[in-house]
Design a protein around this ligand. Structure first.
Ligand code: UD1
Length: 381
């Protein structure tokens, strides 16, 4: 079985690494395509090194642009690669523009090449169509032959959209495979000590959603909250390039006088930092999951979450919406009072073995094996 695996942006790399390793262990041929959506050393190369990812077989070098241009560039450059490789499977992960772009190309070439599309992290829904990620998720799921879900709550979402349950396989959360695999090395790095903060006595913040950082009022409200939090606990805030650029543009960086800002961290550094923290405040999807797996209280700076299992588990709470300095600060105090829970395999399938189940699901549904959804897709269903 030949499997082409697509990675484009930072949150993809920790999802593809365990999948590539599991495919190799099972003796399958894997081809890695990096679209280049993220390209900075800190957003891409550091992750390849930390996760032991092989050099990509193809680098599309698309870079940053508007959504339309970025998506179109991935499509244009991916099409000849897909024709050349003609794999049995195209595996896409997550919800970034590269995920949708490659799925679209593969769907159009599917009748000619006979390749199938598998989506890892299928079925998550925020219900918020203003988020580019929601558009990417829904459309990628619609185009996929095999929908591999990270949590059981994804299944009713897919059923509600009329997706044939025969195409849907629960595999668990592959991001947690990387987390558990890298945790010992991350702990050994002891990033809290390097940064001069005491384990269990600081907060970590990440922020990059356009709805939070592209709006001066929203960004200013969050920064106001962080200054209050910093009065109680040291705050470490690795700044996403988009967030740094907007904060500079709005003249808000000086408002973070008490907050410890850093450049984006590598994967192990970030795991080390989060693992030692008392509380995480974030608008990232991945961090909601990682804190749940580690038992760390998390405040999510979003109106809704496509990862409700993290809330059901008790580690994650949404900050009051719309975000305001007082509301975010109160949510932080609540999280601090909740404290850490016992870490471990808290959610079904978040056990470090999702990639093995993904490789098995691909092999079972490989060309030649009957796949219920393929007929419906071919019939335009
Ligand atoms: C993308 C994903 C988002 C994911 C996030 C993680 C989409 C629609 N969004 O959002 O789901 O959570 O990545 O980071 O795909 N930039 C750099 N260097 C880089 C990459 C980006 O400086 O290596 C800057 C560019 O100025 C760019 C901005 O960051 O305009 C935003 O990057 P982009 O990939 O367009 O979207 P993200 O906001 O990172």
């Amino acid at each position: 079985m030949k499997v082409l695996v697509v990675a484009g942006a930072r949150p993809n790399f920790m999802k593809v690494a365990p999948v590539l390793a599991a495919l190799a262990r099972e003796g399958h041929r894997a081809v890695l395509v990096h679209t280049g959506q993220h390209y900075d050393a800190s957003m891409s190369d550091a992750f390849f090194a930390d996760l032991g990812l092989p050099q990509p077989d193809h680098h599309l070098g698309v870079g940053s642009a508007s959504h339309a241009v970025q998506t179109a560039r991935v499509m244009e450059t991916f099409e000849p690669v897909l024709r050349e490789e003609a794999p049995d499977w195209v595996v896409v992960v997550g919800d970034v523009n590269s995920t949708l772009a490659c799925s679209l190309v593969a769907a159009k070439l599917r009748p000619e090449l006979g390749c199938r599309i598998a989506h890892v992290e299928a079925g998550l829904r925020s219900g918020d169509w203003r988020m580019p990620e929601e558009v990417n998720r829904v459309l990628t799921d619609r185009l996929s032959d095999l929908l591999l879900t990270p949590s059981r709550d994804a299944h009713p979402n897919l059923a509600a959209e009329g997706i044939d349950p025969a195409r849907v396989v629960f595999v668990g959360n592959v991001m947690i495979d990387s987390l558990f695999a890298q945790l010992p090395a991350a702990r050994a790095l002891d990033v809290p000590r390097t940064l001069g903060v005491e384990r269990g006595r600081y907060a970590v913040v990440t922020l990059h959603r356009p709805s939070n950082v592209d709006d001066a009022d929203a960004l200013s409200a969050v920064f106001g909250a962080l200054e209050k939090v910093a009065g109680d606990l040291p705050v470490v805030f690795p700044l996403h390039p988009r967030t740094r650029a907007r904060a500079e543009e709005f003249g808000l960086l000086d408002g973070l006088a008490r907050v410890r800002t850093t450049l984006p961290l590598g994967y192990r550094e970030m795991v080390s930092l989060v693992d030692g923290s008392a509380v995480v405040l974030t608008d990232s999807g991945g961090l909601q999951e990682e804190t749940t797996a580690l038992g760390i209280p998390c405040v999510t700076l979003r109106e809704q979450t496509e990862r409700p299992v993290t809330v059901a588990q008790g580690t994650n709470r949404l900050a009051p919406w719309p975000l305001a300095a007082d509301g975010v600060y109160r949510a932080f105090r609540g999280a601090l009072a909740r404290g850490r829970c016992a870490a471990g395999s808290v959610v079904e399938g978040w056990d470090g073995h999702a990639a093995e189940r993904i490789a098995a699901a691909l092999a079972e549904a490989a060309p030649g094996a009957a796949l219920a959804g393929a007929g419906a897709a071919a019939a335009g269903g």
